[in-house]
Every structure is written in structure tokens, then in C-alpha cells.
Design a protein around this ligand. Structure first.
Ligand SMILES: [Fe+2]
Length: 304
């Protein structure tokens, strides 16, 4: 029988054609996606002109992606989707660890391996030197020996190495390992908050919505150890003007910290310091990683 397609029956028709999907999780995700996508079009009463505007926008987002830039991740971030995926991820853990924050579009794998106390600022800088220190702990507060700590951040002008003249040159990134007690310390420069990349379609969207486009100053981390759930997070500097209006919704209260100009407990007294302890939950089979994002070069097979 030929079905009468109208604005309601079209959803069932689409779901029916997808019923044979072999992978049950893919089947579930696509069913929910189609249901909500159709509901979105119905609720917005989307016109053909608006539909093609949406197609043009997503096409432009794709064209903006290179091995060094991921406009789709930026779109996900600015819509609050990445942050939502992170909170769902955190809910799935058995033990409570440090909260997840955005991986963002500037993560790169293979950052240089460094020794405790090294500085990740490898280029000339006018930034304020700071020492970052703390301890990686398990759920009982015991140090996690040799925990892996990847760190990356923008410089004192708010720019990442990927946004500079030669994006293949790394700076302000490093891969450290904690000591036998889980303790770590490294030097860097205090980062400045920054505007997300505004020269693409996501920037056009942000301007159309009259949003400021800023992220408060922060330092990114991926922390993990065998047997523990990897945590992708960032620490935020509490004195930033945009601490309560992050464009990508990465800030949460427990990740806010500050520069201490005179901390007697610092492993390098005399240098301003930031102290932050990380808590790792035991790994469960389902979610060894919580990376909402990836090195852009791993997503863009065509490169740039
Ligand atoms: Fe960032």
C-alpha cells in the first residue's frame, strides 16, 4: 500500500526504512536523531529557504575544517552540545573524579615529553611565568604514581600555537608524568582568555546571536593512568571577566582556580603558582576515555 505522506507519517516512513540496521546502537541513535530532527522542523515550521540556509551553513562549516582546525567541534562547543556530552559522560562513572571540560579544537596528540619542573613555554614570551603544581589522586585520596599529564594552553595574548604563523610548530604543550606519589609540577606562562575563532561560519552565528565570543583564561589537561578513567578537563582562572559567561560552556565551579603570588607550599617558591589536584575514578569497561574531540588532523583525512 502506498502511504500517504504528511508531516506526521513521514517520520514513521523514515524509521521503517532504517529498521534493518544491523548495529543496534547505530539503529537506536539514528532513530532518535530522525525523530528529533523531524520534530525540530515541525516545531520551527521550517521553510525551504531556511532549510537551504542550514545546508549552506553546514557546508561552510565543513569547508572551514583542516588538519589544524575543526569548525564542527567549535560548532558543537558553542551550541553547548560538547558540554552536555561531557556531563553525560561524567554521570556514567562509578566513582566521582575531577569534572570533565572541553577538549576543544586545539588539542594535539604527540606533544613533547617533558620532565617535572620543565617549562612548556618554548618560544620567547612576555607572559608572566607561573608554576603549576598538584597531585593526581585516586578516589581514596592516594597519589597515582606516574600518572600521565598532557597540558596545552594559549599564550599571554590568548593564542594557541595552531593559530600562529607556522601551525606545525608546537609551543605551550607538554606531556609529563607524575612522580611516585602522583605529584607534578611544571612551569608555563599565565594564559589570557581569548575569543574563539570568529572568521568562519561559527563566528557569523555568534555575531548574529550578539554573543561576545570569549572564553575565560584556562589551561587544558588530559590526565590518566592505567586502570583509571582518563579525564579531559581544564582549569579556569577565576579573575577573568568572562568566567561566568564562557562561549563554549566549559567552566564549572570546581574547575575554577587562581594564581597565587606567594604560596609557601609551592615547589618553586618565588614564582607565582597555580595549585590544582586531579582526581581519577577507576576505569570501567565502557568508558576508558572521555574525549569529546580529537586532534583535528585525525578527523580531516584530506588535510589542508
Ligand atoms: Fe582552550
Amino acid at each position: 500500500m502506498i502511504r500517504a505522506i504528511d508531516e506526521k507519517t513521514i517520520t514513521d516512513a523514515a524509521l521503517e526504512q532504517m529498521e534493518g540496521t544491523a548495529n543496534p546502537r547505530l539503529k537506536q541513535i539514528m532513530e532518535v536523531l530522525v525523530k528529533h530532527l523531524h520534530a525540530f522542523a515541525r516545531e520551527a515550521d521550517l521553510t525551504p529557504e531556511e532549510w537551504i540556509e542550514g545546508i549552506k551553513f553546514l557546508t561552510a562549516v565543513g569547508h572551514k575544517c583542516t588538519a589544524y582546525r575543526q569548525e564542527f567541534i567549535l560548532l558543537s562547543d558553542t551550541l553547548g552540545l560538547s558540554s552536555l556530552i561531557n556531563t553525560l559522560h561524567d554521570k556514567r562513572t562509578g566513582q566521582t573524579g575531577t569534572k570533565t571540560s572541553l577538549l576543544g579544537p586545539f588539542y594535539r596528540q604527540d606533544s613533547p615529553v617533558m620532565k617535572l619542573g620543565d617549562t612548556i613555554a618554548t618560544k620567547p614570551t612576555n607572559g608572566m611565568e607561573v608554576v603549576l603544581y598538584g597531585q593526581v589522586k585516586d578516589s581514596e585520596g592516594k597519589g597515582v604514581a606516574g600518572a600521565s599529564i598532557e597540558i596545552w594552553q594559549p599564550d599571554e595574548t590568548g593564542n594557541y600555537d595552531l593559530q600562529k604563523h607556522d601551525p606545525s610548530e608546537m609551543d605551550l604543550r607538554g606531556h609529563f608524568h607524575a612522580d611516585a606519589d602522583g605529584r607534578f609540577y611544571m612551569r608555563t606562562v599565565a594564559p589570557l582568555g581569548y575569543m574563539i575563532p570568529m572568521d568562519g561560519p561559527v563566528g557569523d552565528m555568534i555575531r548574529a546571536q550578539r554573543r561576545h565570543g570569549y572564553r575565560p583564561a584556562h589551561i587544558h589537561f588530559v590526565v590518566g593512568a592505567p586502570g583509571y578513567r582518563e579525564v579531559v578537563t581544564a582549569v579556569y582562572l577565576g579573575n577573568d571577566d568572562h568566567i561566568d559567561s564562557d562561549t563554549v560552556f566549559g567552566v564549572t565551579d570546581s574547575l575554577v582556580t587562581q594564581v597565587d603570588m606567594n604560596d609557601p607550599a609551592s615547589p618553586m617558591p618565588g614564582i607565582p603558582s597555580i595549585k590544582f589536584d586531579f582526581h581519577l575514578a577507576a576505569a570501567t569497561a565502557r568508558d576508558m576515555t572521555g574525549r569529546v574531540g580529537a586532534d583535528p588532523s585525525q578527523i580531516t583525512s584530506a588535510g589542508a
